[in-house]
Write a protein that binds this ligand. Structure first.
Ligand SMILES: CC(C)(COP(=O)(O)OP(=O)(O)OC[C@H]1O[C@@H](n2cnc3c(N)ncnc32)[C@H](O)[C@@H]1OP(=O)(O)O)[C@@H](O)C(=O)NCCC(=O)NCCS
Length: 214
């Protein structure tokens, strides 16, 4: 049951964001297969079209289960300094619902569009709509990715945790404890320095669950 009455299509001064659709597959895959967009986490790169298809499916499930998911970001008009045409799909932004009951804000843009504030612009719109739903809004970034950390600061989220590993990592994981391993299907980033942001203080159990997402 959707929890949000927010419109699905978002418009900003320079961008239009539409719910990710099957027709976006090739353009989205090109961005997710580009090693430059995975410089900070090479293991996350999509090496098969099936991985991107799965991401589109997950987005659709998130839209129908929680009222929000992922959007394709397109230029409304040419942007000075960005050599891409009006209508070009430049990236993906998300406000998917995690299993632990928090929105996860994320973004990945084609390198040709970097450096002119477009991620901040898209993420600002996504945060606003995510905050119309009932869930805490969170975001995760690698500390080695200062541009992403900066975007999260610029949109007004607060740093609530930083560190490496999983909560209780000094204790041997209990067999069958799903929380002791990163979420299936996601690259393991738990050995890397990570930063978690949120739009409000998080209950300790929720924060621990988000840390476990890696
Ligand atoms: C992270 C990413 C979305 C940023 O996109 P972008 O459109 O260039 O971002 P913006 O221009 O809106 O803002 C970037 C901010 O980071 C700053 N920045 C960029 N590189 C930086 C660096 N090396 N050190 C410190 N700050 C940096 C910019 O100055 C800008 O801040 P400002 O507006 O205060 O000047 C883009 O680089 C990307 O898609 N990267 C690959 C995917 C990714 O890392 N996604 C996030 C995963 S958590």
């Amino acid at each position: 049951m959707p929890d949000s009455a927010a419109p699905d299509v978002l418009r900003t001064a320079r961008l239009r964001l539409d719910p990710l659709a099957p027709a976006d597959l090739a353009a989205v895959h090109a961005i997710y297969a580009d090693p430059v967009t995975w410089r900070h986490l090479p293991a996350g790169r999509h090496t098969t079209l099936a991985q991107t298809e799965r991401m589109l499916d997950e987005s659709e499930q998130s839209w129908s289960a929680s009222g929000l998911g992922r959007w394709a970001i397109r230029l409304r008009a040419p942007v000075p300094g960005v050599g891409l045409a009006a209508g070009a799909l430049i990236g993906v932004a998300s406000a998917t619902l995690t299993d632990c009951g928090a929105r996860n804000v994320g973004y990945r843009l084609t390198p040709a569009s970097w450096g002119v504030g477009l991620a901040t612009e898209a993420a600002t719109a996504v945060l606003a709509v995510a905050q119309t739903s009932d869930y805490p809004v969170t975001a995760r970034a690698l500390a080695s990715n200062p541009a992403s950390v900066r975007v999260l600061e610029r949109i007004g989220l607060t740093r609530v945790w930083s560190g490496r590993g999983l909560p209780g990592a000094t204790i041997a994981p209990v067999s069958g404890d799903a929380g002791a391993t990163p979420a299936p299907g996601h690259p393991d980033s738990t050995a890397l320095e990570r930063v978690i942001f949120a739009d409000r203080p998080l209950a300790p159990e929720l924060l621990a669950a988000i840390i476990r997402l890696g």
